[in-house]
Design a protein around this ligand. Sequence first.
Ligand code: F6P
Length: 766
Amino acid sequence: MRLLSVRLILSLIFAVTLVSLFSAYNQVRGERRSLRNDLERRAAVLADSLAGNVEPYLESGSLKKLQVIVDRFSNRERLAGVAIFNEKLEPIAQSSGLTQLMQARPGVIAQAIASNQTQSAFVREGKAALHIYALPLTETTHQGRAVLAIVHEASYIQAQTARLWRETFLRVLVQVLLIVLITVLIVRWSIAGPIARASQWLRALRAGKVGSASITMPDFDLLRPLAREMTSIAESLTAARSAAEKEAQLRQAGESSWTSDRLAVHVRSKLGNSRLLIVSNREPYSHVRSGKSIECVVPASGLVTALEPVLRACDGTWIAHGSGDADRDTVDSHDRLPVPPEEPKYTLRRVWLTKEEEEGYYYGFANEGLWPLCHIAHTRPIFRAADWQHYREANIKFARAVLEEMHGTEEPMLLVQDYHFALLPRLIKRKRPDARVAIFWHIPWPNSESFGICPWQRELLDGLLGADVIGFHIQSHCTNFLQTVDRTLECRIDWEHFAINREGHRTIVKPFPISVDFPETPEVKPEQDSAYLERAALLRELGVDALFVGVGVDRVDYTKGILERFLAIERMLEKHPGYQGKFVFAQIGAPSRTHIKRYHDLLADVEAEAERINWRFQSSGWKPIVFLKRHFSHREILRYYRAADLCMVTALHDGMNLVAKEFIAARHDEQGVLILSRFTGAARELLDSVLVNPYDIESTADAICHALEMSPEERAARMRRLRKAVKEQNIYRWAGNLVAELCEVRLELPEESKPKIQVHAAAQLD
Ligand code: F6P
């Protein structure tokens, strides 16, 4: 710091001195020039007027008169004297002071006589500085040529110049002193001070003395631009430290809980130099136009809720369909972008589909065919040959993108997601036998008879069996799958290990119950101090007055049992009229797949049903159902979870259902009751919820009443146990188990295939 101050001071002094000297030099020159000009002017005026006076006497030879005139003029200000010389340079008349001063004849007088022109010059006579102005006079018969010399004392010009230089010196001196003082103060206040404070803060942080609440760096003035970076380093450090502490505590307590850090370490140790790739249809972030700007949106998807924290923890690449209308504007030339946008942790690679492809593959085969095929929700699947063709082509397109992302990586690990990509495992394995491939089926797998109605069941199963590991949420889906394969394909099923051996390849089939992140402290600080105030604020926004609040959060999908839920609420109000005017149910419904008629109609049905029930019961300031038909961000949904007395998940059939787990994870206050359909995968784990059959309106109505009237002790005890279950079986355990299982797989690599592995002929995929 001292060196910096010295350097700064010296540079400033040098610069200021240089500038001052330069300007002083110019000023002195100007001043001297103007003084000299002034003197010359005065001498010329005097000479002119004197010439007129002396010439007649010169002509008449009256030398005495001349002397009188010369003497009269010679006592003017700064005038050293006046003299008239003849052409031999002898004085004809001369003021008394000059005799002493001008013992020699200055050349300027001789020049004036010789040239017969006015001459002037500054000369030095002994110690005196003089200005001589020599004006040739009219030639006379007595004297011949003569010159009038006006001699001025000029040393005052030098004195003036010297004074200016002195003043400059003093000014520079004062400036230098001020500079030194100001620099020292600035360095001390604005640089040394903040640096000292920052280093003190960092030291405290390193020593673990800065609590998480005070992680944000205090205002460090000049270092403000660094503050954000340092704050995020501090946050990471604090998070890492608390993760390490938590690990140590868990080890101490003999518990083994999964955290994002543990997953990151686990995946890194399993992957080595390899890379984690995930492929899903739905992308974790989509960019959509909103007026003139572009907004980044997190889609309403259980899959995204579950996988996003995994990718954040492990880095890697997520390959997905770019479905946002501004998606193309936000990728690089390889269709990639780093996400999350605010703090990138992994890469998103977008795949583009044409309208026809999306129509046939996503809306058609995946969502009008496979979706109702796998869910027992009494909507008939529709299978069209053209949709199947698009499904195959889309799988090939995604496979190409996956192979590109795998290029150059040995033994990459691929986690394929969901029913959109049944053909992908085979396509990848064929080109990259060194890849470890798992597919996770996020929806139920029906029994073999139901699945058998799909005209392309053999192709779908063959595609799936390209994977090393196939995951479902629960055991019964695994069993259904194995039975389907057993009935459909030529293969050997190892029932003991739940594996399928086919054409020299082994596929493990296992349940991996998916989950959510389970933050120990609230992710978003509640806006209000108490749940009571938070609920009051929410009700105000909804425009209803109520004592009890229920919440439902769903994509508007016929599998979610939203209509059945509304009927149960209606029945509860009929059976228990005391809740009329007191219980309100907020249904968040994100419109989904509305391009499909069944979904489009359902949305209208849900709205109409809410309206019908409201019309029947509503009173001033109250209605039983508030239907919020739009996509809500996770942050927005958290407010509803926290304010609710109960959450209803009444899916008619669901692989897992993550809303149930999200609700539990959000209840740090250990309050709230979960009413859960027994036809969800979550019902196998969340045994302390109030389990219902959503088709049974009567008993679901009773369950609502039971939840509302449950004693606070029972409510808290149930929620505590539910929270323990979700905490233990969180998303990091899901990912950790899946990755561990995949790493156990022995790759069957034929020797001759090894050299070809890096060369992927994507064009030959089909
Ligand atoms: O449950 C299956 C699933 O793909 C989920 O993973 C996801 O939450 C949901 O469907 C969303 O569907 P989509 O991506 O078609 O909107």
